[in-house]
Design a binder for this molecule. Structure first.
Ligand code: ADP
Ligand code: ADP
Ligand code: ZN
Length: 211
């Protein structure tokens, strides 16, 4: 049966970068709540309208909206990498309940372990394509042509919430609301710690070893 994985870790730890690659190589579905929410904001859907103010402040979007969203996008047969979800104990419990109901289970929760300095450096240099969503880093993963998306030629931008004031709040929110999930999954015996401070290829090799 296909695996169901959770990628847990602070903002900027590299979850999205690794999730895209692993999903492609293992034929899994990459579910990034952040990407889905940004799309919803861009398209001004009802969800996007409700989520925008929280995202702008670097706060968490309310659990009920996130849980409804996950129910909607979850493939019935599983085979998923959850990236950036769950972020609260309530979300984790809702996920357990949903998987149970569908006869599925979580195989592993990968904790992306990185020191705060690294996170700040990664977030401050992150650039994204506003058109296709590709993610770059000005120093660690630069596009071939300066500030231009390799895939579609659009000019790259910095995410609004990657500005310094918002980043500080997001790190605080992670510590208070999301870090308790480490113990939650440790107790279930499915937490795997990954040293995510190495370069992108090295982290990927480690990830392949553990999953
Ligand atoms: P990061 O790069 O910090 O991991 P994401 O792209 O995952 O950021 O999330 C961006 C924003 O979207 C968060 O700051 C939060 O406002 C909202 N968000 C994403 N996922 C969730 C979630 N599971 N629960 C609540 N809010 C979320
Ligand atoms: P997250 O999804 O956890 O918020 P991202 O995958 O968006 O993190 O990565 C954050 C930034 O750091 C991006 O600019 C990305 O290109 C860069 N990055 C990701 N992994 C690494 C790594 N192992 N080393 C250096 N930079 C990285
Ligand atoms: Zn692009």
């Amino acid at each position: 049966m296909k695996k169901n994985l959770v990628f847990l870790g602070p903002p900027g730890a590299g979850k999205g970068t690794q999730a895209k690659r692993l999903a492609k190589d293992l034929g899994l579905v990459h579910i990034s709540t952040g990407d889905i929410l940004r799309d919803a904001v861009k398209n001004q859907t009802p969800l996007g309208k409700k989520a925008k103010e929280y995202m702008d402040r670097g706060e968490l979007v309310p659990d009920d909206l996130i849980i409804a969203l996950i129910e909607e996008v979850m493939p019935p047969e599983g085979g998923v990498i959850f990236d950036g979800f769950p972020r609260t104990i309530a979300q984790a419990e809702a996920l357990d309940e949903m998987l149970d109901r569908k006869g599925l289970k979580l195989d592993a929760v990968i904790l992306f372990d990185v020191p705060d300095e690294v996170v700040v450096e990664r977030l401050s240099g992150r650039r994204v394509c506003p058109s296709c969503g590709a993610v770059y880093h000005i120093k660690f993963n630069p596009p071939k042509e300066d500030e231009i998306c390799d895939r579609c030629g659009t000019k790259l931008v910095q995410r609004e919430d990657d500005r310094e004031e918002v980043v500080r709040n997001r790190l605080e929110v992670y510590r208070k609301q999301t870090a308790p999930l480490i113990e939650y999954y440790e107790r279930k015996g499915i937490l795997i710690r990954l040293d995510a401070s190495k370069d992108i290829d090295e982290v990927y090799q480690e990830l392949r070893k553990v999953v």
